[in-house]
Design a protein around this ligand. Structure first.
Ligand code: AHR
Length: 659
């Protein structure tokens, strides 16, 4: 490997490495959003048993069927039913009505369910309760027929031990909110919440919520600490939210995410009953919370807006939406919410929600994977003209298209999104893809990419493995070298609750208690932490390599890759350090001579960070969360000419000091 330190290439875009957040596989509800109870507002019955196409035609399941109440169970002397006769408010029309027959009754919730709800599997996988941690329980209650409380509130371990106990004393005849904070005396990742009632009468409940008191940075209505920290650790330059197809809705815009409907009091947020990924969204983790998260992890927000197209448009299915919703006005208002002064209409709303200072939103994508459809260009034009008329500095991104014909021709276009879910082999074959891109064409945002073929999941648990990460790493070095063209990139999807897997590969998996990164996560983290500012020209030769994967061109499937080491190098301007980045796709170590002929000085002491395993099928899981993870080593014999052995199946970054 020769690194030509005096031949510089493209500058690294400061926005290059970001993250893609979508409400898919319970990334938010039941995941990053710290609410521990599923179906807290009793609105989930509308898609409790999986997405039902009848919902699009306004046919709702029966309210009086107790099997329509996902995540809740009533034990003892009473019955429960959904009830819309006493709505808490307009955004939250359904409450739980419990009729008590005189003895003792217990209402149980055990968190998010392990699979799509079935009547016999109504309760969740358990609540992760930790000793000495505090939990905030709140509920809206209303009594009738003589019931005035109290309601006991107990966190109970799987084997029936009381972990914490409190009481909601008074339940009056009108809706009122009660809150109690409990501190657990023991731990159990599979605990449950019991609400206990005695006596006769009727009680209505709504917005029954359980939050850990300790959220990420202590934010109210905040995020699960471990998961938020994992994404902060990636040091992302931006966060794209909230999708993905979630932005589009399934067959109707009314199933799509609309930022302004996710603001303010969580008890009033209507949520989305039939959202794209077969479960409803509470929108508790809403637009404001997403902007706040970006600020908290020092990442630029990238808001994706619906432009009136749904996922069904690409599938050729579209239900009549009725009058076209005011999406353009909502788009402008959403920008004002993020950026307007505190005395503007929406800036005032932001200030009322606790953030008088603007969030400085600079990036917006118009539509998700809509760029290839004929209807797209005219919509992009309308959004582009109106947004830029009011906010000329906003960077607009064209919804994903792989087809250059899909890029709008008669509007200014700055950045175009591209999405790729491919085999490791195809990504390796695309190491040079962006070398050939037209430098005068719009810049590229690789908004979603991941290795998703069956060879990427060779562990019995089905989590993506090191082979997938190696394919992605080669592609990443290829686009990093071309960062004058590729301005931004993000892996997708970001989070998957392990019992809710719908998409082949994911960056981070979690259950109610723990989260772990895949090899892709650690490769991403290593590259993001070691970006450098400008590319350096590299010459590299290495033996050919075979890999069990399919190739970009089927005629190459039986041929080896022409090289086994894929190399990039950058310089960090503040330190002067050279960052040598090498992916070894060979199943054996490679002793390699490295030269930096143009360098005035390279220190003998250097540092390397490596993600590697002898077995390319190695993966992480809940019990071995860092089996494949970065390892740091010191190098004592670096210099202008030195040898280094790159381990089998590895991604290595060597930091060389020039002073
Ligand atoms: O990342 C999962 C899905 O893949 C996204 O929602 C969509 O944009 C793409 O098709």
């Amino acid at each position: 490997i020769t690194v030509n330190v005096d031949r510089t290439g493209a500058r690294i875009s400061p926005m290059l490495y970001g993250i893609f957040y979508e409400e898919i596989e319970h990334a938010g509800d039941g995941g990053l959003y710290a609410e521990m109870l599923e179906n807290r507002s009793f609105e989930e019955f509308r898609n409790g048993f999986g997405y039902d196409i009848r919902l699009n035609q306004g046919i709702l399941p029966r309210l009086d069927d107790p099997n329509n109440i996902p995540a809740w169970e009533l034990r003892g002397d009473g019955t429960m039913a959904l009830d819309q006769s006493q709505p808490l408010n307009g955004g939250n029309p359904t409450a739980l009505k419990i009729s008590l027959s005189g003895g003792a009754a217990t209402l149980v919730n055990a968190g998010f369910a392990p699979a799509r709800h079935a009547p016999e599997q109504r309760l969740g996988a358990g609540l992760s309760v930790r000793k000495s941690a505090s939990y905030k329980i709140s509920l809206y209650g209303r009594g009738g027929d003589g019931f005035m409380g109290p309601i006991s509130v107990t966190l109970v371990s799987h084997d029936g031990k009381t972990l914490a106990r409190g009481e909601v004393a008074n339940i009056g005849p009108a809706w009122a909110k009660s809150e109690v904070t409990l501190t657990a005396t023991g731990s159990d990742p599979t605990a449950r919440l019991d609400l206990g009632f005695t006596g006769k009468g009727t009680v209505w409940l709504d917005m029954v919520s359980l939050f850990p008191a300790d959220t990420f940075l202590g934010r109210p209505n905040g995020l699960r600490k471990d998961m938020a920290q994992m994404i902060a650790d990636l040091k992302p330059s931006f966060v794209r939210f909230p999708g993905g197809c979630f932005v589009e809705g399934l067959y109707q815009v009314k199933e799509a995410w609309r930022p302004l409907r996710t603001l303010g009091d969580v008890a009033q947020r209507p949520g989305i009953p039939g959202a794209r990924w077969q479960y409803g969204s509470t929108d508790g983790f809403g637009y404001h919370e997403m902007l706040q998260m970006c600020e908290d992890i020092h990442a630029e927000p990238l808001l994706v807006l619906n432009c009136g197209m749904t996922h069904g448009d690409s599938a050729g299915i579209r239900f009549d939406d009725g009058p076209f919703p005011p999406l353009l006005k909502e788009a402008l208002d959403s920008i004002e919410y993020a950026n307007g002064p505190a005395d503007s209409e929406w800036g005032k709303a932001r200030a009322a929600n606790g953030h008088p200072e603007p969030f400085h939103l600079k990036y917006i994508e118009i539509g998700n994977e809509d760029g290839e459809m004929a209807d797209y260009a005219p919509r992009y034009k309308i959004f582009q003209e109106k947004i830029h008329a009011k906010y000329p500095d906003i960077h607009l991104i064209v919804g994903s298209t792989r087809n250059p014909e899909g890029v709008p021709k008669d509007s200014p276009v700055e950045i175009v999104d591209e999405h790729y879910y491919e085999t490791a082999g195809r990504f390796i074959d695309r190491f040079h893809k962006y070398d050939a891109y037209d430098r005068k064409a719009p810049k590229v945002y690789i908004g979603e990419f991941a290795v998703t073929d069956d060879k990427a999941f060779s562990t019995d648990k089905g989590f993506n493995n090191l082979r997938a990460a190696l394919g992605e790493a080669v592609y990443m070095l290829g686009f990093e070298r071309n960062s004058d063209v590729v301005a931004m990139a993000s892996y997708a999807p970001l989070f998957c609750r392990i019992d809710q897997k719908m998409w082949p590969s994911n960056l981070i998996y979690f259950d109610q208690q723990k989260a772990f990164g895949t090899p892709s996560y650690y490769v991403w983290k290593t590259l993001s932490e070691n970006r450098g500012d400008i590319n350096l020209a590299v010459d590299a030769t290495s033996p050919p390599a075979t890999m069990d994967t399919t190739r970009e061109h089927p005629e190459d499937n039986d041929k080896p890759f022409p090289q086994s080491l894929y190399v990039g190098a950058t310089r960090e301007e503040t330190s002067g350090d050279v960052l040598l980045k090498v992916v070894n796709i060979l199943n054996s170590p490679q002793d390699t001579s490295i030269a930096l002929p143009g360098a005035a000085k390279i220190a003998k002491q250097a540092e390397a960070v490596t993600v590697a395993r002898p077995d390319v099928a190695a993966a992480n899981d809940l019990t071995s969360p860092v089996a494949v993870a970065p390892a740091a080593t010191k190098i004592a014999n670096a210099g202008k000419d030195f040898h280094y052995t790159f381990p089998a199946n590895s991604v290595t970054i060597i930091r060389l000091h020039t002073q």
